[in-house]
Design a protein around this ligand. Sequence first.
Ligand code: ADP
Length: 158
Amino acid sequence: MTTAIYAGSFDPITKGHVSIIRSGLVAFDRIIVAVVINPNKKSLFTVEERMHMIKASVDADARVEVDGFEGLLADYARKQNVRVVLRGLRGVADFEYELQMANMNRNLNAEMETVFIMANDYFYVSSSLVKEAATLGGDVSNVVPEIVARKLRERLGR
Ligand code: ADP
């Protein structure tokens, strides 16, 4: 059975993330969606809220596990006994950073490989842009799962 870890902030999960998970399931039997716990990074949603929204967005698919981790992804992967890290590539802007990360991670854990899946319909969507648009009163329901649209309205008092 092949497993990949899909790590990120997911603050909040978008349809772009969901499409990477769906594509990832074509290549892997199981995906662990791992929310990075970083107390120094300001977030709109708590780790628990983010994990809950991820679970709801993948319809509790048995092949998708949702977890949180603190510290290095390289250490987390080792602990989980997983050797593949899945990332989405939205465009050239992502490339430089991802190239650095993949190689740094390879240095930190020589057993680990990073696999990229090209973004598709939602290539222009990012969690930060979603938050910005929603904060300014924009309707983001086309680019985020239903539960996220609802939670954003609740959180932003609309
Ligand atoms: P991070 O803060 O670690 O970049 P994100 O939650 O923003 O975490 O993203 C996690 C992963 O999902 C990254 O590989 C990112 O490139 C990818 N990703 C984010 N948005 C999209 C999208 N719209 N389409 C495809 N991949 C995406």
